[in-house]
Design a protein around this ligand. Structure first.
Ligand SMILES: Nc1ncnc2c1ncn2[C@@H]1O[C@H](COP(=O)(O)OP(=O)(O)OP(=O)(O)O)[C@@H](O)[C@H]1O
Ligand SMILES: [Mg+2]
Length: 429
């Protein structure tokens, strides 16, 4: 296996930094060879608010994943989110010679250039230009025009832009950790890449990654992306509401949400009681799960209204979008899908990342969809280049937290039984 086959992805989320090192096998399957998850407190709503904090979490996460995989990392594919991320769909005329001619690779390159020729405001940067379809002498809806004949060629592209200053903040925080950035990918695209099935992309689906501080939205139809948006609300705000309502600190509120939270209080009995110790009270306070649920349901409803607002776009009005695929840690809240189904009146499901082999226990989870998607993006979409220098002669010591040692065991030669059996199952697939 060549070193060039390795790719390194980093997801700098509002609650955690996740680095994945993966390798393409000769059969084209993608094997995770190193992963690390490090808590991060330097981000808020997907934006850098404490650059040093982010740099230190990034450095630690990369170092740990690099130790697990046994390779040095010098460049990464990085995820980007925040409500500065915006998208438009635009048509552009592709400049080419006169008369009826066959469409060549050069025309498709000119189509990309024409799509990218946009007057942007001073603080905006082009992040992605994704051709959606072509029109050949006015005949719309052609997806792959290569080899076809036309006089005039037009291309419709999905164009995603972001704020230069916000992107620079993230790039600086990553660069200070001592790695180069091969490319950035917006997180709604990355998550969609990891969770949507081909049918969902084709027939039309809305992907929503509810993270700690953002909810990333990607809408697909006829196989390609048609809308991208980010809402600056995630699981953090759910916990914060509980912290304020019950006068407890944020960490206690977070635990309360994860252990007893629900967004569908009407489905829980009145009897389940929880004891809290509010700051302002001498005695413990006894509350019910239903009371917790009433607060979380309000927040979920508010989030869904904000998402609905982001979906009220003229270009989506006539598109049949009858399903929503949720992912991200925030969507794991009990009852979340029940209320989503009711408010959106669409089919809903909670998705874990697909497409990577060998994700260790605990990481085969909706919270890792963006990281998995960035990995797949690096593997499949962007030009090949090596981001790993050479295998390490020895593994360094003292880096392992207990969580990391579980991950390390997973990747070691003494594979745990569940991995051996999983590998046996997938070998025949
Ligand atoms: N079982 C659970 N029930 C409810 N919420 C949960 C559960 N597990 C995790 N969460 C919430 O998921 C959120 C973290 O999700 P995730 O790891 O996807 O976010 P992130 O990637 O760090 O943030 P972002 O994508 O917004 O930048 C936290 O708010 C956490 O409270
Ligand atoms: Mg995330």
């Amino acid at each position: 296996m060549l070193q060039e086959d390795f790719k390194v992805a980093i997801d700098i989320g509002t609650t955690k930094v996740c680095t994945i090192i993966a390798q393409k096998r000769p059969d084209h399957r993608i094997d995770v060879t190193g992963i690390s998850v490090v808590p991060c407190q330097g981000m808020s709503k997907g934006l850098v608010v404490d650059s040093e904090g982010v740099t230190s979490a990034v450095a630690k996460s990369i170092q740990t994943a690099s130790e697990v995989a046994g390779v040095d990392v010098d460049a990464v594919y990085a995820g980007l989110t925040g409500n500065h991320v915006e998208s438009i769909n635009r048509w552009a005329k592709v400049p080419r010679g006169e008369g009826m001619r066959v469409i060549t690779d050069a025309d498709l390159s000119s189509a990309m250039a024409a799509s990218s020729a946009i007057d942007l405001a001073d603080d905006r940067k082009l992040l992605h230009v994704i051709p959606r379809s072509y029109a050949l002498d006015g005949l719309h809806g052609v997806r792959n025009p290569l080899g076809m004949h036309t006089g005039e060629l037009h291309v419709q592209s999905h164009v995603i832009t972001g704020s230069i200053s916000k992107i620079n903040d993230l790039e600086d925080a990553i660069s200070k950790a001592g790695v180069a950035i091969s490319s950035m990918v917006v997180e709604p695209l990355a998550s969609a890449y990891a969770v949507l099935t081909a049918d969902e992309r084709e027939e039309g689906a809305i992907l929503i990654d509810v993270g700690g501080g953002t909810s990333d939205i990607a809408v697909y139809h006829e196989g390609t992306i048609i809308h991208t948006a980010v809402v600056p609300v995630g699981g953090y705000q759910f916990s914060n509401d509980l912290s304020i309502a019950f006068d407890i600190n944020f960490d206690e509120a977070e635990q309360l949400k994860i252990k007893h939270g629900t967004a569908a209080p009407e489905l829980t009995g009145m009897k389940e009681e929880i004891t809290l110790n509010p700051h302002s009270m001498q005695q413990p306070l006894i509350i019910t799960k239903r009371e917790v649920g009433q607060i979380l349901k309000e927040r979920a409803s508010e989030l869904f209204r904000m998402i609905q607002f982001k979906l009220e776009e003229p270009h989506l009005a006539d598109i049949p979008l009858d399903r929503i695929i949720f992912t991200g840690g925030g969507a794991k809240l009990e009852g979340f899908l029940n209320i989503a189904k009711y408010i959106f009146q669409k089919k809903v499901r909670l998705a874990k990342p697909r497409g990577l082999d060998g994700m260790p226990p605990g990481t085969d989870d909706p919270a890792y969809s963006a990281a998995a998607g960035i990995t797949l993006w690096g593997m499949r979409n962007l030009p090949d280049s090596s981001h790993v220098e050479r295998p390490k002669a020895s593994e360094s010591k003292n880096l392992w937290t207990s969580a990391v040692s579980v991950i390390r065991k997973w990747f070691s030669k003494d594979k745990p039984k569940e991995r051996q059996s999983l590998e046996k199952e997938t070998a025949g697939a």
